[in-house]
Write a protein that binds this ligand. Sequence first.
Ligand code: URA
Length: 187
Amino acid sequence: MTLDELEVKCKSCTACGLCEGRTNLVFGQGKKNADIMLIGEGPGENEDLQGKPFVGRSGQLLDKFLASVDLSRDKNVYIANMVKCRPPKNRDPKPEEQDECIKWLREQFKIIKPKIVVCVGRISAQRLIDKNFRVTQQHGEFIDKNGTLFMGTYHPAAILRNPNNKEAAFGDWLKVRDKIEELGIEI
Ligand code: URA
């Protein structure tokens, strides 16, 4: 199955209650066979309206971090979320909602086959790296999971709330850049 075919299937998903509130399902965006994949939490208001991930204020900051290390969703990165429909009032997605939605993410992984996965924020890091993941303590650390490197970093929304974390987050993106070079990944 291609990513486009998976997206068509995903768009009619009604596996959990989040489907009831969606304007658009946010499947993902970016290079279809990207070596670098980013996983956020879930769509917010702007994302729900536009059907694309990270298009609000957080997304603008994320795009700036990416650009500073020669990455972009137009060129060499694929961006998706733990859940594909907006949780009401932007609450955290519930474990049972993530349990349903992770099936789609697994299929995306299988097709895209990223070499590096950056978990953007606590929600995806706790689900994909370690259930006790602490962003403040473990950000920027690469963990090899069956040949794919996973790393967790600050969510841009957390940086907008507390700009003191900006430098640390920038350091994490520099580490991604170094890892790309170390692995000889062409971007
Ligand atoms: N926050 C996320 O985690 N994902 C988005 O797509 C937008 C905001």
